[in-house]
Design a binder for this molecule. Structure first.
Ligand SMILES: N=CN[C@@H](CCC(=O)O)C(=O)O
Ligand SMILES: [Zn+2]
Length: 418
């Protein structure tokens, strides 16, 4: 039996507790369930009580002497951050492409010339499982140091059965070895593999007939994602892949309207995707359709910055009633970062989310985007004790002092890990 953990005197305790179930929209994104002089009581990795320090002191007066006590005076306490979109398992790195883009090449130019996703696919195909575990562990450690306690992870640097399975199995192993929770997504349709160039429909058939059944049979993924973009997969091909995934119990996600408006947001709404990603070029009609269908917009402002593109219309999406989540998009090409705090800062600066909305987007709504809202994303009784203690005194300061890692301590399931 481990000691109970009592966190007390938080200057601000952001609980995100609410009666609203499901993804938060509009004003609900600003309701942080804030408690001043806040306190948490944790036993066996689960939150037992949330309230003011005075309330919990009274309630647990008999047990206080048994507890490990953390005095959070003058500090902000929030739920562990959730990153709902990463490509964290990959081989090699692509720093030369960064230079090439600064010299004028575009993301798609590089990919069409066999670089980009294709370059990482070659390096991931060549890497052993152990090498991938080693590289990915370093990234997971960095996520944790930035206050991230749950992430989604995509395959998609294999695009053949063998390597897609290798990536997914690496995630499964890391789920056992590392304290971070990893929620797996199959993304066999991340690009068109070179061996199928010009035969996209054949690859779609192959993916549906030969890959999806194995991924489902081995229970290696919960979600199914596709890069719906001009020159990659058309909305029709994307729909086929995602509808087929549904038949295997995989929930659809979609990389949509990143480079050009292509009807991706509309498709996400039509097929009932849990989330649509990127959306830099989403149309007015697409945004409205997503608000109606309840599809979460998973926005990636670090990617937009890194590619020197204008960020997605986050402010407008929230005003239109779309639930917004945010993510690093951690990948070797368009966003090699593990800093969710930076992503929250950028959500404010480049998409005009308020500090409160950015925090909701990085916690509760992010958890909804990967179906983990019952376990994480808010500090409520019965949930996992995934908690961050920040060196700032309030959540506004966390977003205002940008580009700095303010994490002081992190607990995962009640255990101090940072
Ligand atoms: N846009 C497609 N996929 C990734 C980038 C992957 C890469 O460049 O390696 C993304 O979400 O940004
Ligand atoms: Zn992505």
């Amino acid at each position: 039996m481990t000691k109970p953990l009592w966190i007390k005197h938080a200057a601000q305790l952001v609980t995100l507790a609410s009666d609203v179930k499901g993804p938060r929209t509009k004003e609900a994104m600003s309701n942080l369930g804030l408690i001043e002089d806040g306190s948490l009581w944790i036993e066996d990795g689960i939150i037992q009580a949330v309230g003011t320090t005075k309330e919990l002191e009274k309630r647990y007066s008999e047990k206080l002497h048994e507890a490990e006590i953390v005095d959070a005076k003058n500090h902000l306490v929030t739920p562990g951050l959730v990153d709902p979109h990463t490509h964290v398992v990959y081989g090699g790195s692509r720093e030369r492409e960064f230079e090439m883009r600064l010299e004028g090449a575009t993301y798609m130019d590089i990919m069409n010339a066999g670089g980009g996703i294709h370059a990482t696919t070659r390096m991931t195909r060549e890497a052993t499982e152990d090498e991938l575990i080693k590289q990915t562990t370093r990234r997971l450690d960095s996520f944790l140091a930035h206050g991230v306690t749950t992430i989604e992870g995509k395959s998609g640097y294999g695009m053949n059965l063998e390597t897609e399975l290798k990536q997914l199995r690496v995630m499964k192993k890391l789920q056992e070895q590392h304290v971070i929770d990893i929620v797996p997504t199959f993304m066999g349709a991340h690009a068109v593999p070179p061996e199928y160039k010009g035969r996209e429909d054949e690859f779609v058939d192959h993916l549906i007939q030969d890959m999806l059944p194995v991924v489902a049979e081995e229970k290696l993924a919960e979600f199914n994602d596709v890069f719906c973009e001009k020159g990659v997969y058309t909305p029709e091909q994307s729909e086929r892949i995602l509808e087929a995934g549904k038949r295997f119990g995989l929930i659809p996600k979609i990389h949509a309207d990143e480079i050009e408006p292509y009807g991706g947001a509309e498709l996400a709404a039509k097929i009932g995707a849990i989330s649509a990603e990127h959306l830099l070029k989403a149309s007015e009609a697409g945004i409205k359709a997503m608000a109606k269908s309840g599809t979460i917009a998973c926005l990636l402002p670090a990617t937009a910055l890194y590619l020197r593109e204008e960020a997605a219309a986050g402010r407008k999406m929230i005003d239109e009633g779309v639930a917004v989540a945010i993510s690093t998009d951690c990948n070797p090409g368009s966003s090699p970062t593990t800093s969710m705090p930076l992503v929250m800062n950028l959500a404010c600066i480049s998409m005009r989310l308020t500090p409160a909305e950015a925090l909701t987007a990085a916690t509760y709504n992010a958890a909804c985007a990967i179906n983990r809202q019952e376990q994480v994303g808010s500090l409520e009784v019965g949930k996992q004790a995934d908690i961050v203690l920040w060196k700032t005194k309030n959540y506004q300061e966390l977003q205002y002092l940008f580009g700095v890692n303010h994490v002081k301590s992190v607990w995962k399931k009640g255990i101090k890990v940072v």
